[in-house]
Design a protein around this ligand. Sequence first.
Ligand code: ADP
Ligand code: MG
Length: 451
Amino acid sequence: MIRTLYFRLVVTFIGVVFISLVISFFTADILYRQDIEKQIQQTIVRQGKEIISLYQQNPSKNIDSYLKSISRLHYDIWLFTNSKNGKYFSVNSKKTSAPFTNKDIQFVKKGGIYYGKPNTKSFQVVGLPFQINNQPHALFIKLNELRFSEKINQIVHTILYSVFIIGSILILIASQYLVRPLKAMTSATKKLSQGNFDIHLEVKQKNELGTLAHSFNRMAKELRELEQMRQDFVSNVSHEIQSPLTSIRGYSEMLKDQTISIEERTAFLDIIQQETERLSRLSENLLKLASLESNHHPFHAESYRLDEQLRRLVAFLEPQWSKKQLKVTVKLEKITVFADQDQLSQVWLNLLSNSIKFTPDEGSIHIQLTNTERQIIVQVTDTGIGIPKDVQPHIFDRFYTGDPARNRLKSGNGLGLSIAKKIVELHDGQIKVDSEEGKTTTFTVTLPKQI
Ligand SMILES: Nc1ncnc2c1ncn2[C@@H]1O[C@H](COP(=O)(O)OP(=O)(O)O)[C@@H](O)[C@H]1O
Ligand SMILES: [Mg+2]
């Protein structure tokens, strides 16, 4: 309980309210108490002077009975001829002890006005000089009953307590609203960690918590997609491994037959060899892709002539394109790049072998290298089977080998373009495809000049 956010919020808020109230109480007390006390004392002085002048207008009156009737207006009154000889008039039967000293009495008799000490209860006492039959007396008046300062204190205390209590109750309620979305998020996180990615938090608020919930939903969605990708990947890999293995098993079974001819035997062995090569290519490509995606892939950039690299690769692939009687043309500007030579070589090899693979006999392939102000552009165009518009966004996906009905070659495993894309992106470049189905395909790789 003590560790919950709710508890801490409530305690913090209440603490803050309490401290502010205490500080404001003392500030107000310092600022206003003296003023109020002074005003009250001045009022008593005015009333005292009135009491004296009323008597002096009619001095034949008996002073004792006069002061006695005045005291019924809620005054405690002391009258001194000298410091030892004093009379006390009050409606209270209990005698209030005089809050002043002999010195104060002498002071008033000589004509001074005495004010009770501030910040104590006796501030409500004032002393006034009083001439009775030309004899100096000292008259002390105290307001009783009307306890001004106590009333004020009471009011202030009531306000403080009610602010404190009402504030605390409201904070108890308000904190629940604050903590509720966090609780929802915590339970959602628990679900996530248990592998349940089907989570959607209701976002009602537009504040920081709302933003957090939004990000949370986005994260859950991405995790969901990642999980889907992982599952697809595993099933794709298993499928890619399974089909060559099935064919190897089938053909090796057939090889056991003693009656088959030498030619057939060689053909079967050729297929088995092709399938094992396909398997080894698959594992090689998978390793390559995993390494490229791990961000720890070694990146050895160096300066080299890109046009020469492309020319070399075209020559290297000569046996394949001349077998299909393809017409290969190149237009290469002289360009030196700063890049990972081995990695880019994979990109070009894949683009070129795709073009060779997907272009029918006697078709043509054109390779162009252009140098612009900011970019280096490599384009590989072929007059092959083309790629339908709806398929184009998928060709860079892992294991995508196109429509099985169209792609009868089935020699690839659909990893080539994803590897190429990854490498180009590592070079801060872009790869895109333009194609017209049945006619032509152009792959364009753009590399920035400063890498
Ligand atoms: N030049 C091209 N002409 C037509 N289709 C292409 C071309 N290049 C790639 N494709 C399509 O994109 C798919 C993915 O290519 P890639 O990733 O290199 O896989 P693979 O070459 O192993 O099939 C190919 O299977 C093919 O359907
Ligand atoms: Mg390929």
